[in-house]
Design a protein around this ligand. Structure first.
Ligand code: NDP
Length: 450
């Protein structure tokens, strides 16, 4: 790749570089396209960012590791999965980003997540670089022993590349407190060190209060700021949420606390519609069903006698939509259904849940649209606070951490407004991308050609 000149910098040249190098990595191409649509026009107007191969360096990970993860199942048979860690950018601090265990995981997905993470972490204002990892391991219907053996084997290789000062992974889809615990235990055994090498740990051994709630709570703090732009609030609104995992659960809980009515949750089998709204008691049932029994959302419909439908919940009438399951879960037609039902605000709990076409539909319709790298940054922000507590050997109270989370989400919102204001409206995509880019780019330039 050669140094781009001012004349040759364009969205097409950047995206084509990625397509030529990695023609099959469609999710990564999509993420680069989405960021560069905002960043390239900004770079063209700001001379200092033309040089040093900045954009070419920004789209290439600093390091990627792929490794074999052999493990023994309960029948004594050997299974082999593939493990990944993409260390995308360390300009602002140690690589930081979650681990995803899901059969769909491949290099394209981990690269897109690590790339997005770089800008998200920059937005938090904390000293965090961007990374992501995972495996194509399917945790569904595995016994606890199988999960533990897999996590230990995964860490047997990963431990060479991570430490509390170089790369600090956390959870993501399929990786919660249990899996983090097994990996932490194995790291400790391999290195004979008790350090904050992972975040999302249990409270008994260095985890931070609010980490479990952080992404979902942060999403609602951000959505509330968005609605304030229209002199409105979440109170009294009807909310549709997809997913029923960590992010969806705590988005649901905070919505209830703020006086909204949540009527859907989903999983890959389908979604429930509870017109009466999910209340605190029903929420506790969902948490147990999903986290302890590892059950399906369909069981909620049977227990509370409400509707269960196959597919995605975006045709359900609502004021606020919170996609909290996975990438590309809102396509153009889904966005059109939401707009037909006069949705006011769409804030992403998941990473890249809306396709480019869906985002365009929201923008054209004047819907408040918050991209994940801003609206779901609460999780990594509290992970950053967990790292600080671990380094200081301190444990802050729930109220202290929650207060810091509120402040961080407000500040991210302000940055989006500062860089995304467009007449009377705010383009949160431009705002988040440009604000995230500036800090990373300035640090990269200051650190020279590395
Ligand atoms: P969980 O594994 O706890 O939950 C994921 C949920 O999404 C489950 O209900 C799952 O259903 C559903 N889901 C996953 N894949 C699909 C699919 N292909 N189609 C339909 N439903 C699907 O993960 P999290 O809640 O932690 O993560 C959800 C999203 O939020 C991800 O995009 C993640 O990257 C993002 N995120 C998470 C953060 C965190 O702190 N955990 C931080 C920032 C972003 P099923 O059980 O049937 O598979």
């Amino acid at each position: 790749m050669s140094d781009l000149t001012l004349e040759s910098i364009s969205l097409d040249t950047i995206v084509n570089l990625v397509k030529e190098r990695d023609p099959d990595q469609t999710e990564f191409q999509q993420a680069v396209q989405e960021v560069m649509e905002s960043v390239v026009p900004f770079v063209k107007e700001n001379e200092k960012y033309h040089r040093s191969g900045l954009l070419e360096r920004l789209i290439e990970p600093e390091r990627m590791v792929m490794f074999r993860v052999p493990w023994e199942d309960d029948d004594g048979k050997y299974q082999v999965n593939r493990g990944y860690r993409v260390q995308f950018n360390s300009a602002l601090g140690p690589y930081k980003g979650g681990l995803r265990f899901h059969p769909s995981v491949n290099l394209s997905i981990i690269k897109f997540l690590a790339f997005e993470q770089t800008f998200k972490n920059s937005l938090t204002g904390l000293p965090l670089g961007g990374g992501k990892g995972g495996s194509d391991f399917n945790p569904w219907e595995k016994s606890d022993g199988e999960i533990m053996r897999f996590c230990q084997s995964f860490m047997n290789e990963l431990f060479r590349y991570v430490s509390s000062d170089t790369d600090v992974p956390a959870g993501d889809i399929g990786v919660g407190e249990r899996e983090v615990g097994y990996m932490f235990g194995q790291y400790k055994r391999l290195t004979a060190e008790f350090t904050g090498v992972l975040t999302g740990k249990g409270l008994a051994y260095g985890g931070s209060k609010v980490r479990m709630q952080a992404t979902g709570y942060g999403l609602l703090y951000f959505a509330e700021e968005m609605l304030k732009q229209k002199n409105d609030s979440i109170e009294g609104k009807t909310v549709v949420i997809s997913g029923s995992g960590n992010v969806a659960q705590f988005a649901c809980k905070k919505s209830i606390e703020l006086g909204a009515k949540v009527i859907t949750l989903s999983d890959s089998g389908g979604y429930i519609v509870d017109d009466e709204g999910i209340d605190e008691e029903k929420f506790e049932y969902i948490k147990k069903l999903k986290n302890e029994k590892r059950g399906r959302i369909k069981e909620y419909a049977e227990k509370y006698d409400c509707e269960f439908r196959e597919g995605k919940p975006w045709g359900v009438d609502c004021d606020v939509a919170l996609p909290c399951a996975t990438q590309n879960e809102i396509e153009r037609e889904d966005a059109q259904s939401l707009c037909k039902n006069d949705v006011l605000c769409v804030a992403e709990g998941a990473n890249m849940p809306c396709t480019d076409e869906a985002v365009k539909v929201f923008h054209d319709a004047g819907v408040l649209y918050g991209p994940g790298k801003a609206s779901n940054a609460g999780g990594v922000a509290v992970s950053g606070l967990e790292m600080t507590q671990n380094a200081k050997r301190l444990s802050w109270s729930f109220e202290d951490v929650d207060e810091k989370l509120v402040e961080i989400m407000k500040t991210i919102h302000e940055k989006c407004v500062e860089h995304g204001k467009n007449g009377n409206s705010i383009n949160y995509v431009d705002g988040a991308n440009i604000a995230g880019f500036i800090k990373v780019a300035d640090a990269m330039i200051a650190q020279g050609h590395v």
